[in-house]
Ligand binder design. Structure first.
Ligand SMILES: Cc1cc2nc3c(=O)[nH]c(=O)nc-3n(C[C@H](O)[C@H](O)[C@H](O)COP(=O)(O)O)c2cc1C
Length: 277
């Protein structure tokens, strides 16, 4: 049995459970003094790479929001679970102008593209500038942020997903009780599930017939495309290759056709195609 509940202020951390990213945002005030505080109201906004953006929500009278308004810059630092006590230290209501980092084990280091510092101990960092600020009436200040740089600890990028998740050891924010007790999940139990294809897509792939020979890398790229469009793409790539007078399908034909559909090499790379250096 389910029962409806009353939607109260701070519903997202009240009854509704919302596992979230835990970050420490670093900013500078107008005088150039450092401020740091934890924030979890963060999501990807534009997921594509041309203008990658995040969306964040702040209490409008927070120092962080005021500083972002004043300077247009900030850094989103993702701390490991081993630094949760430092995260909580930066959440305390220190007076304006106090550098919370001085009360923690976090080490400020220069950022690459913005003036506020980054935090050395954080394995994943996004340097941001303001794209748009929306002040919701009697509610949050929403910042749509341009991501001007993403930095990760050396070695992480090369790891497989599970090893990387373990190495980063990011806590999961699980909300608070009365804005005093904060709850976190620690990643000591990671599960992974294989996404299976639906039976119909096996059948569709099985019934795919090529009418030209394909280079191995072109076929490998085709097989990375979602199964339900594979057959259609196969036909179009072969038509495109024939139009070019080719007698076999190469990886370049796949790339050229994708470009015609507005997909650049970086998008194709998500489907396992090669990206030029
Ligand atoms: C894990 C965690 C996540 C938080 N997320 C947010 C948030 O997304 N938005 C917000 O306004 N306050 C959030 N807070 C509360 C602020 O961190 C807190 O009000 C802080 O004192 C603000 O500092 P500032 O005035 O220096 O920005 C969070 C606190 C914690 C501990």
């Amino acid at each position: 049995m389910k029962k409806p509940i009353k939607i109260k202020p701070f519903w997202y951390s009240d009854v509704w459970l919302f596992p979230k990213l835990v970050t420490v945002i670093t900013t500078l005030d107008k005088q150039g003094r450092v401020n740091a505080a934890p924030y979890s109201h963060i999501m990807q906004y534009d997921v594509m790479h041309k203008k990658p953006r995040m969306i964040l929500g702040f209490r409008q009278d927070s120092h962080t929001f005021e500083n972002i308004n004043a300077t247009g810059e900030f850094v989103i630092n993702c701390p490991p679970a081993s630094h949760l006590d430092d995260v909580m230290e930066t959440a305390r209501f220190y007076p304006e102008g106090v550098n919370e980092l001085e009360h923690t084990r976090f080490t400020p280091i220069p950022s690459t593209k913005v003036r506020p510092p980054s935090l050395k101990e954080c394995p994943q960092i996004a340097e941001c500038t303001v794209d748009e600020i929306i002040r919701l009436e009697k509610s949050s200040g929403i910042v749509i942020a341009n991501i001007v740089a993403i930095l990760v600890e050396e070695g992480l990028e090369e790891m497989g997903r599970e090893e990387r998740i373990r190495a980063m050891n990011l806590p999961i924010g699980l909300g608070d009780a009365d804005r005093v007790d904060y709850f976190y999940g620690i990643m000591d139990n990671i599960v992974s599930y294989k996404l299976k294809e639906v039976p119909e897509s096996y059948a569709a792939t099985a019934s795919m017939k090529t009418s030209l020979p394909w280079d191995d890398d072109a076929m490998a790229a085709l097989m990375k495309i979602p199964p339900f469009v594979r057959k259609m793409v196969l036909g179009q790539v072969e038509k495109h290759a024939r139009g070019k007078g080719a007698d076999r399908v190469t990886h370049q034909h796949m790339t050229d056709l994708a470009a015609e559909f507005g997909m650049d090499e970086a998008v194709l790379a998500r489907f396992g195609a090669k990206e030029k250096a």
